[in-house]
Write a protein that binds this ligand. Structure first.
Ligand code: NDP
Length: 461
């Protein structure tokens, strides 16, 4: 790509999270002069206060079951297992520091200019940068990419300032022996499972009938049963009225009249586009009805030289989506390629609650609305591992098939490592393979996964 002398940069990225870093590196690899500004941590939410530390904590919490499962296989613990929160938290912090370093080296290695400063859009081609030591700088760029992601949002109720958000939950000074989470989305069910597994008495408070709105109904119900079996106290059709301090503890007053005394309250009530102080209004960048930045299929905002992607824009708030959007954006703007639009309908996802959920494509309910007749193949079973462990955990697997075309339009699983397994199934669903293709694939024995190719008789239509 030819350098444009009019501007200092061909691309200037605001925000070094998953999407911003990927776009910066790929654009630089295409020959663009690229700068990136970040005033917090490299790697954004995913690396610092999201996917990565969450997964490390999820691993930690699974040991709770593993210790007791091991006994049925002949293992004897010398004494009761004990858990040290500070060890987990501090080991996690060291690992994240290591990843921050890798991100820095990746950017530098790609030839991207990394600027540690707060960036504000000041025009269609200009960004003002304020570093922590008060130095101000103005840069010009042919294209500017907004990639500042999302930020946790907490509703306003009396005492809501006593709740922590999902940025703060990772670094609690003291382990909460009693933990309460408000919400019924990904973060709520994951952290309810994590703290329950780590040994906290755990409560999940959700305002609706059943958590995980939008997921397959049977998956939601199955997850409810499994989480309840593991000891999470689920309070549905309930909200928090107020929180009051009680010494070092908190009294949480629920709309049902119940009062729960806990050591920490996590508000996992969604995230908002991180647009504060970004200078959108002054630059004339428009938002959509949900407060996200409106973009066209080329990721251009209402100011065409200003681009945006990831959690700032409409679409699933998932790291791999931001990464895929970054690749598309760079292809379109810096490689002069015309990539096929992203297929948002077959984006697989996992929820790392206990047991995990893995899902791709349509829920049974959505498929019923879309197709005249569907076939549902489902099974639930106790895995072979738990025949000896004594653990009562069960697995749910489900395929949704369009009857007319025989195409598998949805696959769902609740069970150990569901995310690992659904990733492979997602290739088949995205490729629009048929149930016949599944049936003619030979299973791997003995695995739980083989059920996905051995379910022969429809459970219902
Ligand atoms: P979600 O939007 O998934 O869930 C928010 C929850 O808070 C919903 O259950 C919602 O209820 C509830 N809520 C909203 N407002 C209120 C209120 N005023 N009072 C009480 N409850 C309220 O957000 P999360 O915070 O869980 O996660 C944010 C996003 O991050 C997710 O959507 C996901 O895309 C991503 N993420 C992905 C993960 C993964 O891939 N494994 C892990 C963690 C996060 P209702 O359902 O009734 O609207």
């Amino acid at each position: 790509m030819s350098a444009d002398a009019e501007f200092e940069y061909d691309l200037f990225v605001i925000g070094a999270g998953s999407g911003g870093v990927r776009a910066a590196r790929m654009a630089a690899a295409a020959g663009a002069r690229v700068g990136i500004a970040e005033d917090r941590y490299l790697g954004g939410t995913c690396v610092n206060v999201g996917c990565v530390p969450k997964k490390l904590y999820a691993y930690a919490s699974h040991f709770h079951d593993s210790f007791s499962d091991a006994e049925g296989f002949g293992w004897q613990m010398a004494g009761p297992a004990t858990f040290n929160w500070a060890t987990l938290r501090d080991n996690k912090t060291s690992e994240i520091k290591r990843l921050n370093g890798i991100y820095q080296r990746m950017l530098e290695g790609a030839g991207v200019t990394l600027i540690n400063a707060r960036a504000t859009l000041t025009g269609a081609h200009t960004v003002s940068l304020l570093s922590s030591d008060g130095k101000q700088l103005q840069i010009t760029a042919k294209k500017i990419l907004l990639a500042t992601g999302g930020w946790p949002w907490v509703p306003d109720f009396p005492g809501s300032e006593l709740a922590i958000n999902s940025n703060q939950v990772f670094d609690l000074q003291r382990f909460p022996n009693r933990f309460l989470v408000l919400g019924g989305g990904y973060i709520a069910v994951e952290f309810a499972s994590i703290f329950n597994g780590l040994g906290s008495e755990t409560h999940l408070i959700y305002r609706g009938e059943l958590f995980l709105k939008g997921f397959d109904q049977e998956v939601r119900e199955f997850t409810r049963e499994e989480m309840a079996k593991k000891g999470v106290n689920l309070h549905f059709n309930t909200n928090i009225e107020r929180i009051e301090p009680n010494g070092t503890a908190l009294n949480v007053y629920l709309t049902t009249g119940e009062v729960v005394e806990v050591d920490a309250v996590l508000a996992a009530t969604g995230r908002k586009a991180n647009t504060e102080g970004l200078g959108l209004e002054a630059a004339g960048v428009a938002l959509d009805a949900s407060g996200k930045i409106a973009v066209n299929e080329r990721y251009e905002t209402s100011v065409p030289s200003v681009l945006a992607l990831g959690d700032l824009t409409h679409g699933p708030e998932l790291t791999p989506v931001a990464l895929a959007e970054a690749m598309q954006l760079v292809d379109m703007h810096f490689n002069e390629a015309k990539p096929k639009p992203l297929d948002y309908a077959t984006i697989p996802t996992a929820v790392f609650c206990h047991p995990n959920i893995g899902t791709v494509g349509l829920s049974e309910e959505a498929a019923r609305e879309k197709y005249a007749r569907i076939r549902v193949y489902r099974t639930d079973f106790r895995s072979m591992k738990h025949t000896l462990s004594g653990n009562t955990e069960r697995v749910l697997m489900k395929l949704i098939v369009d009857d007319a075309s025989d195409i598998v339009v949805g696959a769902h699983m609740v069970g150990e490592d569901a995310g690992e397994l659904i990733q492979g199934i997602a290739i088949a669903v995205r490729a629009r393979l048929t149930k016949h293709d599944f049936d003619t694939t030979v299973g791997i024995h003995p695995t739980g996964a083989e059920e996905f190719v051995t379910m022969r008789t429809p459970s219902r239509y």
